[in-house]
Design a binder for this molecule. Structure first.
Ligand SMILES: Nc1ncnc2c1ncn2[C@@H]1O[C@H](COP(=O)(O)OP(=O)(O)OP(=O)(O)O)[C@@H](O)[C@H]1O
Ligand SMILES: O=C(O)c1ccc[n+]([C@@H]2O[C@H](COP(=O)([O-])O)[C@@H](O)[C@H]2O)c1
Length: 207
């Protein structure tokens, strides 16, 4: 049994904040691996301004180098867009492993708009990663009205495999203010550097 964290994201592009939060979460949760699930298209985000999937994958691979982070195209392969469907498919594909869903504090505010979010929360434990400016709002988020009763103490973080979902933990990690929105504003054409790269596609998931 491997202990695997899943961080879903647009990675438009992947950045230092993703890497730092992921390495800290690997430590806090005692993970064997952390998979970055590069989303073919976040159902709640506009397509405009979204770089091509291969460029986002390549930026994630570059940022994940030499670590326990693995970059995954699972959603593109499985044809899933909604996290509830992705988790079901991953658990079916890797029945021997245990999974925890990771999300930055900023995403909790919208969680009640996710497809079947209560069912999702009942299918996988959730770890919320602190993000500067969003920690207070995350605890006050609409979905927390229901999720609050399932909050686990941070001192038990490494015992997440003992929990039955719903279970949610708020991890306090060293703050990193990096955001992809800001990076795109500074360098809107960032994806050109990656789309020109050639080479055999490396994949975590065998056919
Ligand atoms: N600096 C950060 N600190 C904590 N969590 C982060 C940070 N950056 C991203 N995350 C989390 O990583 C996941 C994927 O993030 P995403 O790829 O959307 O990056 P982003 O910087 O939030 O992008 P954008 O600004 O385009 O919305 C989300 O759950 C997000 O909350
Ligand atoms: O399942 C949903 O309804 C849903 C709605 C919005 C976002 N998500 C997922 O949340 C993750 C973070 O997305 P993003 O674009 O904020 O990086 C990514 O894996 C998305 O697929 C999922």
């Amino acid at each position: 049994m491997r202990r695997i964290g899943l961080l879903g994201g647009s990675f438009n592009p992947a950045h230092r904040g993703h890497r730092r939060m992921s390495l800290a979460a690997i430590d806090a949760l005692g993970l064997d691996e952390l998979w970055w699930l590069v989303s073919p298209g976040n159902p709640l985000k506009p397509r405009k301004g979204m770089a091509p999937f291969p460029a986002r994958m390549a930026s994630a691979r570059a940022m994940a180098r030499r670590s326990r982070i693995r970059v995954s195209d699972f959603e593109a392969r499985a044809g899933t867009r909604y996290t509830v469907d992705t988790i079901r498919a991953i658990k079916a594909r890797y029945p021997a492993d245990r999974f925890v869903w990771l999300m930055g504090a900023d995403t909790v505010a919208q969680f009640h708009q996710w497809r079947k979010w209560r069912q999702l929360a009942a299918s996988v434990p959730i770890a919320v990663l602190s993000r500067p400016g969003y920690d207070g709002p995350a605890r006050a988020a609409r979905a927390m009205g229901w999720l609050r009763r399932f909050v686990r103490p941070v001192a038990r973080a490494r015992h997440w495999t003992d929990w039955s979902a719903p279970a949610i933990i708020f991890l306090r990690l060293p703050p990193d203010p990096t955001s992809a929105t800001r990076l795109r504003a500074l360098d809107p054409d960032w994806h050109r550097r990656f789309s020109e790269r050639r080479g055999a596609p490396v994949t975590l998931h065998k056919e």
